[in-house]
Design a protein around this ligand. Structure first.
Ligand code: FO1
Length: 312
């Protein structure tokens, strides 16, 4: 279950540890939005670009080495939303996707085409084919996700989150099928409130996860109480939730069997276990592919061990 950067990095690790047909990456679509008449799907695109080695290494989004000729023209023409940096190569992908959607293809079908054309083996699935935008309620009013995240750089204080589209959206059959047949469900180290919660609000998803016979593990996106990337720690304060790994454990209460925390935080293991969670201490800094592969192998070994224990 993946958001943007953290999800893509975990996907790289799992792709190294598993045969392609054994891995399905279910991706958040709450950040998706229209720019210049084109459908932009940041989390899906970050996963696609990262798994195919095209992603811009510095930003972990967009295409490495991309140019911005079209964006410069849009800016000169006073177009709206030019604060969203869409490079020329990236725009090519948005043009392709928007054309295919206009021709009646579903987002899942288009994502499957892109994955195949990019030589990506694992299945990359949007959690739903229905637009389900996340809205950020701030002290300055309600914002589209990218307005808050990019235009205002997460500055406006978050009072709450709205997932209206999600609750009326249905998960795709492919997603339900993947959840029902999974041996292991990994919640990637994405922002739980901004990347995972929108997916849990898609009608029926949470029930499918709870009912699944899979082992379920979350990789904490925090190390030493800080997010590896993004606004998570500040957001948790603004949402007045418990901070640190305890707050992450609370978010996933009843949804997962285990939480993977970084070796630096091993001192918290006992307290987390007292909540009935299994705690895996591991190296959870996974920006490097080797590290991501190591963590994936660790989770799979844990899952296999659980399975052999439960086997009759
Ligand atoms: N993030 C930024 O901080 N600034 C940008 O200009 C920006 C452009 C952008 C374009 C395409 C895309 O797929 C992602 C982009 N992102 C940008 C990242 C994006 O806002 C976030 O990755 C997700 O929405 C949150 O995970």
């Amino acid at each position: 279950m993946a958001g943007g950067v953290g999800g893509a990095r975990m996907a790289v690790g799992l792709q190294r540890a598993l045969p392609a047909e054994a891995l399905t990456i279910v991706v958040n679509v709450g950040d998706d939005d229209w720019f210049h008449g084109l459908r932009v799907c940041p989390d899906l695109d970050t996963v696609l670009y990262t798994l195919s080695g095209q992603v811009d290494a510095k930003n972990a989004w967009g295409v490495g080495g991309d140019t911005r000729r079209a964006l410069d023209v849009l800016t000169r023409l006073g177009a709206a939303d030019t604060w969203m940096t869409l490079g020329d190569g990236d725009l090519g992908l948005h043009l392709y996707r928007t054309t295919r959607l206009t021709q009646g293809a579903t987002l899942s079908e288009v994502t499957g085409e892109l994955a195949r054309k990019f030589g990506i083996g694992p299945h990359v699935l949007p959690v739903t084919d229905t637009a389900a935008p996340t809205r950020i309620l701030t002290d300055g009013g309600e914002l589209r996700f990218q307005e808050w995240f990019v235009k205002y750089r997460c500055a406006p204080r978050v009072l709450g989150l709205r997932f209206d589209g999600a609750t009326s959206a249905a998960p795709t059959e492919a997603v339900v099928d993947a959840l029902r047949h999974a041996d292991l469900i990994v919640f990637a180290p994405s922002n739980p409130w901004l990347s995972i919660l929108p997916m849990l609000h898609v009608h029926g998803i949470e029930q499918e996860i709870r009912a699944s016979m899979a082992r379920k593990v979350v990789i904490s996106p925090l190390i030493g109480g800080q997010a590896v990337k993004g606004p998570l720690a500040a957001l948790m304060e603004q949402l007045a939730v418990t901070r640190g790994n305890a707050g992450i454990a609370q978010f996933y209460e009843g949804l997962v069997d285990a939480i993977a925390i970084d070796n630096d935080d091993r001192g918290e293991a006992a307290r987390l276990e007292s909540r009935g969670l299994r705690v895996l201490c591991a190296a959870t800094r996974i920006a490097a592919e080797e590290a991501a592969a190591g963590l994936a192998a660790r989770l799979i070994a844990w899952s296999d061990e659980q399975m052999s224990r439960e086997a009759p």
